[in-house]
Design a protein around this ligand. Structure first.
Ligand SMILES: *[C@@H]1O[C@H](CO)[C@@H](O)[C@H](O)[C@H]1NC(C)=O
Length: 257
């Protein structure tokens, strides 16, 4: 091979390698084993208002493709928003060809200390377990199975549009629920900047919510977010106008890649 062509190929290959690792090193990893059940019915109505704080999942954009995670997978809420590809394996109840489906973590499946972790206490530590919505379960297996063995792995979250911020609190306490997060889907740290303040670090409240104890009324607000998995940092400038109020949801143009 011509020497210059050879070096061009090397450059292309190494650029491809860098893109592969920097964009989604967490995705496409090895499949891990877990088990899965479902909660609620075909409407997925009971799965709304989970421990991540997304509220109504139709309004927040997640729909019925969601799951509650056992304690070890939930990771104190830092797994909220992460996306998982799930396949039914090694069960006569799996649909033919072990089709895969993708779900977003929106809830915790709490431990049930009254039941053995191999007989009903599926979400007890140290088990990795997914409690899917019934529509998600029905994509991979016959729901009559009740519980199935699965393989799962992280995948990048494909979202339309920017990150959304749902506001709660008051003029001295801002509580923000972070939704529609793309890429790794998760948040490690977050800061807010009022139009008349510097950056103020927010603390993790619960699920996918972060808070600042500051007087921010009457100021437009920008947010700085760092992903839990990739440590990528992005800025959502002027995500909320100076007229912001609790109870409202604001859409930004920023999202993780
Ligand atoms: C605020 O958060 C940033 C990023 O996480 C960190 O580097 C910095 O030390 C924090 N500042 C304070 C005052 O805690």
């Amino acid at each position: 091979m011509d020497q210059s062509l050879y070096s061009k190929c090397l450059v292309i290959l190494s650029v491809m390698g860098m893109i592969g690792t920097s964009s989604a090193a967490y995705a496409g990893g090895p499949w891990r084993r877990a088990s899965a059940t479902f909660y609620g019915d075909e409407t997925a109505r009971e799965t709304m208002g989970g421990a991540c704080g997304y509220g109504n999942l139709w309004n927040s954009g997640y729909g019925a493709a969601t799951s509650a995670l056992s304690t070890v997978l939930f990771n104190d809420g830092y797994s909220c928003g992460q996306c998982f590809q799930i396949r039914c394996v090694s069960s006569p109840n799996c649909y033919y060809g072990s089709p895969a489906t993708v779900v977003t973590a929106t809830n915790i499946c709490p431990p049930n200390w009254g039941q053995n972790s191999n007989n009903g206490g599926w979400c007890n530590p140290p088990r990795a377990h997914f409690d899917l919505t019934k529509p998600a379960f029905m994509k991979i297996a016959n729901w009559k199975a009740g519980i199935i063995p699965i393989s799962y792995r992280r995948v990048a979250c494909k979202r339309t549009g920017g990150i959304r911020f749902k506001f709660e609190g008051n003029g001295y306490w801002l509580l923000v629920y972070v939704m529609n997060v793309g890429g790794a889907g998760d948040i490690k740290t977050m800061a807010v900047k009022g139009s008349r303040t510097n950056w103020i670090n927010m603390s993790h409240n619960w699920g996918a919510s972060y808070q600042a104890f500051s007087s921010l009324y009457g100021q437009s607000l920008s947010f700085r977010l760092t992903s839990y998995t990739t440590r990528q940092t992005i800025y959502a400038w002027n995500a909320a106008p100076a007229s912001w109020s609790a109870g409202q949801t604001y859409k930004s143009n920023a999202n993780f890649s």
